[in-house]
Ligand binder design. Sequence first.
Ligand SMILES: *Cc1c(COP(=O)(O)O)cnc(C)c1O
Length: 380
Amino acid sequence: MLAGNEKKYVLDCLDTNWISSRGAYIEKFETAFAKFCGVKHAVSCTNGTTALHLALVALNVGPGDEVIVPTLTFVATANAVRYCGARPVFVDAEPRTWNMDPALVEAKITPRTKGIIVVHLYGHPVDMDRIMEIARRHGLFVLEDAAEAHGAVYKGQVVGSIGDVGTFSFFGNKVLSTGEGGMVVTNDEQLAQTVQVLKEQGMDQNRRYWYPVIGYNYRMTNIAAAIGLAQVEKAQWHIQRRLEIAAWYREQLEPIPGLMMQVEEEWARHVYQFFTVVLGQDIPVSREQIIAHLLEHGIEGRPVVYPMHTLPPYADPALDGEFPVAGMIASRGINLPTWAGLTRADARRVCGALLEAIGTATLFDPPSNSVAIDSTVGTS
Ligand SMILES: *Cc1c(COP(=O)(O)O)cnc(C)c1O
């Protein structure tokens, strides 16, 4: 949601002709975002997928390597591993936070394993102490895919700052957005420099048009960075809005038997990129029927993503049955409308329609106007 200086800063770009990937807002946004995450370095790029790709290339992930990845994630996490010629090795979710289960990670480590990507799903932090301990013991890197978790906190530390490197997305439905955009954050100066070089075609920073390595053009524009700066300035407002919306949903949905939600661990600050409900086995209505019912009331409820191990590029029949928790969440989960502009009345309408669909007594106002799932239309 655009609620601050976005327009002012974008107009400044237009008025001064600084619309491409040079300009003052790039560095301002990077500096502000690094401070927001509590890290030394932040390097902007075109989106959350290229942020993952840059980080993995900078960590020397290549053909023959394996990288441990949660199966319950957005497809970009797995694809970025494949872009490097490496193989993602999937791990099931745990039933409380729905994040990758740390207890299942060690069994997936082989001599080829290079690192672990954790995903702070929907904005709930992963139990990082357990992951870091395993990674250190086996000499693996830890990449935090924090695309859904801007400003989420694990035991006092902002996510993205805990592993060796963190990546963010600023797509339209994320906690903070630049339209399209991404960021790589790290305390490792060498890694930050490598990412900087890679995103600029691999050009030697001291010798123009000299390319010692193969790089990419993954540069963010000054206009996107201008929007990003305005978003970071209001980050705490964006997060507070989502916490308020989640509290409304919880107040109305937690008492309903058979509905499951992510548990907020006491060591975590969740930032709710999505508020999601999972239908228990005892709810007699199918997820598809519920989504259709919501839609009749002008409410977009989205199915949770398919787990990676079920998608054609990654499917492996040998692994069938290995991911029961992710399978259950993915097949019975619905993302409810979650964006910073949602009102209490919207939340009541969503809950009213949801409860009507599952056949629970309707204690709520009848749904009326349309409630969009986020500030964009037709997104993944
Ligand atoms: C959104 C998302 C990405 C990709 O970000 P884009 O900016 O859309 O490329 C990567 N990982 C996760 C977990 C995401 O939710």
